[in-house]
Structure formats: C-alpha cells, structure tokens
Ligand binder design. Structure first.
Ligand SMILES: Cc1ncc(COP(=O)(O)O)c(C=O)c1O
Length: 371
C-alpha cells in the first residue's frame, strides 16, 4: 500500500486539524475552517456559558452514582421508564457497553461506518463479520437478514456516519423481526438522529416489543459539547441493568450530568438547528451536484463527496481544500470507502460559501468530463 492509502497512517477521527495538516505536510499554524468534525455549528447553546460556573460548585461531592435526575429527564423526553435509561460518558461509552454485553461472541457491523464499533468489539473479544451497504448507501434487507442469522449482535448506525443516510424505521422494524427469529440483538447508534426533523423516525416506540433492541444516543453532536461527554443507552430494564453492572462507577462527571435536563428542555435550540440544516442542505446539495460532485443522500449535518469526473483524485482534492484553508475528513479508515470519498460537515452559511468557492476553483483547475 502506498503511503497515501494506508488507513493507519491517517488520524482516526475528524476534528484534529493539527494532525491532519501535519499528515498533509502543510503548515499547522495556518487558519483553517474545520469541516472534518460533524458538530452543530449553532452550538453550544448560548446559555451554557453562564451556567457552567455555577456547576463547579458541586465538584466537591461525588455525583449520584445512579444519575437519577438526569435519567429521569431522558426518560421523560423519550417517553420511557427510568429503568430503560443508562447515562453514559458520551455515545462512545455507550458503544463499548453495548459490545460488553456480547463479549466473546460474534458481531456483524454494517459498513462503511464509525470505526469505534469494530474497536469496541475487538476490545471485548467479539469476532466481526462485515455487511456492506449498497453503492447508494441503502441496506439490502435480504442480505441483512442472512447476516443476522450468523451473528449474535448487529451494529447499525442510523443516520450513518459517514454517509448521513438513514435506514428507514420500517426497515429496522423488519430487521428486528429477523433478529427475533434468529435470537440476534440489534444495536442502533442514533448519535445523529436529533438532526433529522421527523419524530416518526424514532425507534423508541419499538423498544417495548423488542427487548433485543438497544438504542445509543449522544448529546455531544447536537449541542456541540464533545468536551463535556454525554450520551445514553436505551433498552429493556434487564439490558440496562446488565449494562450498568459493566459500567465504571461515576462514569459521567457531575457538571455534565446536571446539564442533561436543561439541554433536553431547550426545544428552541433544536428548532433553530432544523431550520438552519434544512436551508443549508437545500442550498448546498444542488450547487455541489451542479459543480460536478457526487454527494451522498444525507439527512443530517454531514455528507460524503467525491469528484464525479475524477473519483480517483480524492486525496488530491483533500490536499487542495486544505491548502485553501478547508479541512475535510478523509475516509481511509471506513471499510468500503477506503479513501475514495471525503466527509464534509454542513457548517455556517459563511463557511459553506468558502467551501463552494474552493470547490468551484478545483473544478476550474481540474476540468470536467475527464475519465
Ligand atoms: C456515529 C457516532 N456515534 C458515537 C459517537 C461518539 O460520540 P460521543 O462524543 O457522544 O462519544 C460518534 C462520534 O463521532 C459518532 O460519529
């Protein structure tokens, strides 16, 4: 493998501009607009600045080990019992706990997707099968059913990182029936579901009938608080009890736990997020297509992009954008993409305009209609 295509040679996650610029051999001090992390550019909510200092007052005490108040707020927001909710240190801890529940068994991971499912499975000694999405990023239900028969647990990211595509709820409901028939659990990571302005797509109502469903959520993406670390795991009371046994004590710090209720109560922030995202996607997608780029049919705040005429030139495009002050996320460590696409966040109007200008410059320099 050449230096440019070895997955281990690239930063494992987005949002690491220094590492990425160094990897590209570009000066690390230059100002850069970071499109490589998929956080909400409207966040964190403005009221958080004033609230944080008051939260420090409780740091001379341990947090409530059962996080009752935070879990109650989540249960009320989701219409569940408190016993169906486990508070976690970001969605990342929820992923590792979901894998821990099946330690030593066999998982199937729907690829290309977030690398941490595979890492969590390896950590807990799960053997890994891979099931690949179709080229339009849809899930072939027949193949998914077959894959479930051969595994104890399936990991599905919905909406999917990195494509932004959403396996419809109706399809998940049929997968759950297949899972019931084969005794296979389904872990659905919904870290980005709050960006989808369609409450009917929520899987929460399926939890009552399907004790083998586990839903993972993150608060860090929507509210742009990855430094605070907040997420949760939803499942049957039995699953939650088993996951809680495997969780480190006091895994979530007290200031973060105290923010769960006010964050979930900020409906206005979510409404503004949906309005911004709708407007920017409606503006960006046709323009990108018109400029000669393929774009994944995303439902959320990031998408995959490649040059329709020169799909083999993705690393050159990454470097070109970085030289223009725009950092995209490589896809070298997404099996099935292997660097052939770039992932870009939907950012502010101003940032998106800069991106469009840089892509128009690329098109001018590299032309269209080449093989
Ligand atoms: C699909 C997905 N799930 C979970 C996470 C972890 O998020 P958190 O910051 O809540 O740990 C990420 C982070 O990028 C992600 O992309």
């Amino acid at each position: 493998m050449s230096r440019d295509t070895s997955p281990n040679d690239w930063p494992r996650h987005g949002g690491q501009p220094g590492d990425m610029l160094a990897r590209l051999g570009l000066p690390t001090g230059q100002p850069i607009r970071d499109f490589s992390a998929n956080l909400n550019p409207l966040g964190p909510p403005a009221w958080l600045d004033a609230r944080l200092p008051t939260l420090w007052q409780g740091i001379d005490r341990y947090p409530d080990p059962s996080y009752r108040a935070a879990r109650q707020a989540i249960a009320e927001a989701e219409g569940l019992d408190i016993g169906q909710v486990l508070l976690t240190n970001g969605g990342a801890e929820a992923i590792f706990l979901a894998a821990a529940l099946h330690a030593g068994r066999r998982a199937v991971i729907v690829q290309p997707t977030f690398a941490e499912y595979a890492r969590a499975c390896r950590h807990y000694g799960l053997a890994i099968n891979e099931l690949f999405l179709a080229s339009d990023f849809s899930l072939d239900e027949r193949r998914a059913g077959e894959a479930m028969r051969e595994a104890n647990v399936m990991f599905l990211c919905r909406p999917n990182n990195p494509s932004g595509t959403l396996v419809p709820r109706t399809q998940v409901a049929r997968l759950l029936e297949a899972g019931r028939a084969h005794g296979t659990c389904l872990v659905v990571d919904e870290a980005f579901i709050d960006f989808v302005d369609e409450p009917a797509e929520s899987l929460v109502s399926l939890l009552a009938e399907h004790p083998h469903l586990v839903v993972l959520r993150s608060l860090t993406k929507l509210y742009a608080i990855p430094g605070l670390r907040l997420g949760y795991l939803l499942g049957s009371p039995e699953t939650i009890a088993r996951a809680a046994e495997r969780q480190m004590p006091w895994s979530v710090n007290a200031p973060a736990a105290a923010l769960v209720a006010p964050l979930l109560a900020d409906g206005d922030f979510v409404t503004r997020t949906h309005a911004w995202l709708r407007q920017e996607l409606e503006r960006l997608t046709p323009t990108l297509t018109h400029l000669g780029f393929d774009v994944s049919p995303t439902r959320v705040n990031f998408y995959l992009l490649r040059d329709r005429y020169q799909p083999q030139a993705t690393d050159a495009l990454l470097r070109f954008l970085a030289s223009a002050g725009i950092l995209a996320r490589h896809t070298h460590n997404f099996p099935g993409l292997d660097g052939r696409w770039l992932r870009l966040a939907v950012r502010s109007v101003d940032d998106n305009d800069r991106l469009l200008a840089a892509l128009a410059a690329w098109r001018q320099e590299h032309g269209a209609g080449m093989p």
